[in-house]
Design a protein around this ligand. Structure first.
Ligand code: ATP
Ligand code: MG
Ligand code: MG
Length: 395
C-alpha cells in the first residue's frame, strides 16, 4: 500500500480529510485543483497538479503520476477520465460512467427508477418550454409547491427552487438560469416529498465487489445545506434496516469501487424514497472519523486500493456532527463563524475539524464538529451549547 499514489480530482475538505487518513497509512495522495486548495497543503511532497479538475489536459497530467484515480467532486470531465484510464492503464474509481450518471440528477433518477428503486415522482423538462412544462406537470398531479431542479452542477441546494404557485414559475426558471433555450442548465421537476426525516447511509464497495454499509444516520438540512447529522438515526430499527437495503440496492446499480453517500427521505408511513447518490465520501459520513472503527475516508482508500474493507460499526453509542457554515464575509464573518468551534473546544467528547479555507463566505462549509457520547440524550445536550452560538439554529 505504501508504494501507491492516489490521484484525487478536487482538493476541498473531502480531499483534505482523505489525505489525513492517507498520511497515517503511508499512502501518497496527489491532488488536482487550483493553488491554495484545502487538501494539497497537507501533503507537501506529493506530486500535485495545479489547475482545474474540469480540464482534460490537467486530468491527464495527474493520471501520469498516479496508480489510481478518484474524485472528491462529481463535476469533472468524464471523457478525460476514460482517456486517462486507457492511456495510462490505471483504474478510475468509481467508474467514469458512474460519475456521468450522477452528474445529471435527472438521468440518475431515470437509471435508478429503471432499476426499480423507490423515488419521488419526477419529470424531465426536455421540450425547451420549461415554464409551460412546469405548469403542465403541476396540473397533471405534481401540484404546488413543486420542486424545480437543475440537472447539472448542483450542490448544497444551489440548483433547487421550490415553486409555491403558478405565479412563481417564471421567476423560478429565471433564477435557475432561464432554461435550455436561454443558455441555462437543463432543468427537471420533482414532486415535493412530505418527509418526516432525511436519512443517509454510506455504502462502501471494494474492487472485488464486496460491500460494507455504515449505520443509517439522520440528516437535518438548513436552507438546503446539511447542518446536523445524528448517528445513529433516531428511528425504528426496522426502518434503519430498510434504509440500508435501499442504499445497497441503489449502489449496486452503479459500477466502481469506493464509498457512496446515499440520501433518502423517510415518509410518515415508514416508506423510504431515494433522493440522490454521491459517488464519494459525503458530509453525512464525517461522523465516522470519531464514531466508527473505520472512517469513510480510510474506507474509500481501502476500497480503491484493493485492501480489505474495515469495520463500519460505531465504536461509541451516539454521535452528532454539526457543520460549521460561513456566517458572513471577511474577518468579521470568520470570527462569527468560528464561535461554535471555540465552544466545542471546551466540551467533552467534541472534536473540531477546520478545513483551512482562507476566505469565509455565507453558507460556505468551513469546518465541522463531531460530538460523541454514551447516549444520544447526552450528546444532544452537549451539542446544544454549540448550536446556541449558531444564529438561526432551532435544533
Ligand atoms: P447536495 O449538496 O446534497 O448534493 P443538492 O444541491 O444536490 O445537494 P438535493 O439533495 O437535491 O440538492 O436537495 C437538497 C435538499 O432539498 C434535500 O436534502 C431536501 O432537504 C430538499 N429536497 C430535495 N428534493 C426534495 C423533494 N423532492 N421534496 C422535498 N424536499 C426536497
Ligand atoms: Mg447533490
Ligand atoms: Mg443532496
Amino acid at each position: 500500500m505504501d508504494k501507491q499514489v492516489v490521484g484525487i480530482l478536487g482538493g476541498g475538505q473531502l480531499g483534505r480529510m482523505t489525505i489525513e487518513a492517507a498520511n497515517r497509512l503511508n499512502v501518497t495522495v496527489a491532488v488536482l485543483d487550483s493553488k491554495g486548495n484545502p487538501a494539497s497543503e497537507l501533503a507537501a511532497t506529493a506530486p500535485h497538479v495545479e489547475g482545474t479538475f474540469k480540464s482534460a489536459d490537467k486530468i491527464l497530467a495527474l493520471a501520469q503520476k498516479v496508480n489510481v484515480l478518484t474524485v472528491e467532486i462529481e463535476h469533472v470531465d468524464c471523457d478525460a477520465l476514460d482517456k486517462a484510464a486507457k492511456e495510462y492503464n490505471i483504474p478510475v474509481h468509481p467508474s467514469p460512467e458512474t460519475i456521468r450518471i450522477i452528474q445529471d440528477k435527472c438521468r440518475q433518477k431515470v437509471v435508478l427508477s429503471e432499476a426499480g428503486l423507490p423515488l419521488p415522482e419526477f419529470r424531465d423538462l426536455a421540450g425547451g418550454k420549461e415554464v409551460e412544462e412546469i405548469k403542465a406537470a403541476a396540473k397533471s398531479g405534481f401540484g404546488y409547491p413543486i420542486m424545480l431542479k437543475s440537472k447539472t452542477l448542483a450542490y448544497d441546494g444551489r440548483g433547487n427552487r421550490v415553486v409555491k404557485s403558478e405565479s412563481d414559475v417564471e421567476d423560478a426558471v429565471e433564477a435557475l438560469g432561464g432554461g435550455k433555450n436561454a443558455g441555462g442548465p437543463p432543468l427537471y421537476v420533482e414532486k415535493m416529498v412530505p418527509f418526516t426525516k432525511e436519512l443517509a447511509v454510506m455504502v462502501a464497495r471494494g474492487v472485488n465487489g464486496e460491500v460494507a454499509s455504515y449505520p443509517c444516520v439522520e440528516t437535518v438540512q438548513k436552507d438546503n445545506i446539511c447542518h446536523v447529522v445524528l448517528a445513529p438515526a433516531q428511528i425504528d430499527g426496522l426502518v434503519g434496516k430498510r434504509a440500508k437495503e435501499v442504499a445497497e440496492r441503489a449502489v449496486k446499480v452503479l459500477n466502481g469501487a469506493g464509498v457512496f453517500g446515499v440520501e433518502m427521505f423517510l415518509l410518515e408511513n415508514g416508506d423510504i424514497l431515494l433522493n440522490e447518490i454521491a459517488p464519494r465520501p459525503h458530509n453525512s459520513g464525517h461522523y465516522t472519523i470519531e464514531a466508527c472503527h473505520t472512517s469513510q475516508f480510510e474506507q474509500h482508500l481501502r476500497c480503491i486500493l484493493g485492501q480489505p474493507l474495515g469495520s463500519t460499526e460505531m465504536k461509541v453509542p451516539a454521535s452528532v456532527m454539526v457543520n460549521i457554515l460561513g456566517l458572513g464575509d471577511g474577518p468579521e464573518g470568520m470570527e462569527l463563524t468560528l464561535r461554535p468551534c471555540a465552544v466545542a473546544m471546551g466540551l467533552p467528547g467534541a472534536t473540531v475539524h477546520l478545513y483551512g479555507k482562507k476566505e469565509c463566505r455565507k453558507g460556505r462549509k468551513m469546518g465541522h464538529v463531531t460530538v460523541v457520547g454514551e447516549t444520544m440524550v447526552e450528546v444532544l445536550d452537549r451539542v446544544k451549547d454549540i448550536l446556541a452560538v449558531v444564529p438561526g439554529s432551532e435544533t
